[in-house]
Design a protein. Sequence first.
Length: 436
Amino acid sequence: MAEYFQGIKPIKYEGSDTRNPLAFKHYNPDEVVLGKTMAEHLRFAVCYWHTFKNLGADQFGGNTIIRNYNASSDAMETANMTMDAAFEFFTKLGVNFWCFHDRDIAPEADSLSETNKRLDKLVQKAKKLQADTGVKLLWGTTNAFSHRRFMAGAGTNPSPKVFAYAASQIKKAMEITKELGGQGYVFWGGREGYDTLLNTDMKKELDHMALLLQMAVDYKKKIGFKGQLYIEPKPKEPTKHQYDFDAGSCFAFLQKYNLLDHFKMNVEANHATLAGHDFCHELAFCVANGILGSVDANRGDMLLGWDTDQFPTNIYEATLAMYIILKGGGFTTGGLNFDAHVRRQSIDHVDIFYAHIGAMDVFARGLKSAARMIKDKVLENAINERYKGWAGELGSKIENRKVGFEELESYIFEHGEPELQSGRQELLENLLNDYI
Ligand code: XLS
Ligand code: NI
Ligand code: NI
C-alpha cells in the first residue's frame, strides 16, 4: 500500500526533556493514572472532516493545502486514497479512535441509493482497516447541512420531503455506525435553527426536530444499535440561532419531548464560548445533570467570533476540564475528539502531526495535574467546607423538606443574622496554578 505520510515514523513518548517535535512529551498511553491508563482515560479521536478533508478554504479564499491522497480526478479513487491515508495517520499518531460524517468518507452520487452504494464500499474498506489496525470508531454522524437541499434545515425544514431525506440519511448513517462498531452517534443540528424569524414557525420546527430524534431512537432500538446517542450543542453559525443553543437548552428540550433517557451531550469547547459560556461551564453543567457524554476538544480565538476550530493549547483549561470530567466519573462511551483543523498557512503534512501531538500533550498534562488535585482533595475540601452548613441540623431540615417558610422565619427571628464566610477565590486560583 502507498505510504502517504512519508518520512514520518510512529510517534512515541519520549518524556518532557525531549527536543523531538515529533514525539510526545506528556502523553504516555500506557502510564497508569488513578487506576487507568492514559489512553483509557483520554480516548483520543481524530476527526475525518477537518484532518483529511479541510484544505484551508475560508470565506475569502479557496484551498491552500494540497494533499497527495487528494490527487485523483475520480471522486471514488480519491475517497479510497483518503481513507488509506487516514488510517496510516491514526496508526502513526497512535490514537485509538476516529469520527466521521457519512459524506466525509464517500462522495454523493446522483441519487440516494447510488450514494448509499458508494458509502457501503467505503464502509467495507473502513471495516477492514479497523480490523487491521485496531483503531475503533468513537462516533459516526450524518452531514445534513452541506448540501443545498438542507439550506433551510433538516428536521426543521419547512418541507416534509427534506425531513424525509434527512431521516433517510440518518437511517443509513446509524446502520453504518453500527456496522463499524461505533460507540456513539452524534446529532449536530448545523442548520436546525433560523436565519430570520420573519419566515419561521418556531413551534413547528421544535416539534419536528423532536420527531426526528424520536424516530432515531425508535430505529436505534429496531436495528439493535447499542451506541450512545449525543446532541452537540452550538448556539449559532451557520444559523443566526441554533435550537441546540447550549447544554442547558438541550437539557430542557430533551425533557419536554421525553428524550432524556436516550441522549447525552457532546460538548465542544469552541461552541461553549460562542454561547457566551466557557468549556468548563458546559462540562460542569453536564456533569451536574448526568448528561456528559463526549467532547469535541478544540478552541476558538477570543478576537474572532466564529467556530475557528483550532487545536487546544491551553493547559490551564485542559486541567480544569479533566478535573471536571474525572470528578464526573470519566468517559465511558465518549472521548476527546479533536474537532479542529490546522490553519490555512499550515500547508505541510507534518503540520497535522504537530497539531495533534500538541493537543494530546495538553490533555495528558491536564489529566496528570487533575489527578493530583483529586488525590490531594484541594478543591473538594474547600467546597465541602463552604457547604458544610448543609450537613448540619438546619441544612438537613431544609433539604428534607421538614420545614417551610414559617419555620424558617421563626429560625431567623430566634438566631438573627447569618455568619458569613470568604469565598477564597484567589487562594483557590493560586492552588490550581500550583498543580499546573
Ligand atoms: C460544527 C460541528 C461539527 C460536528 C459534527 O461546528 O462541530 O463538526 O462536530 O457534525
Ligand atoms: Ni463538533
Ligand atoms: Ni464546531
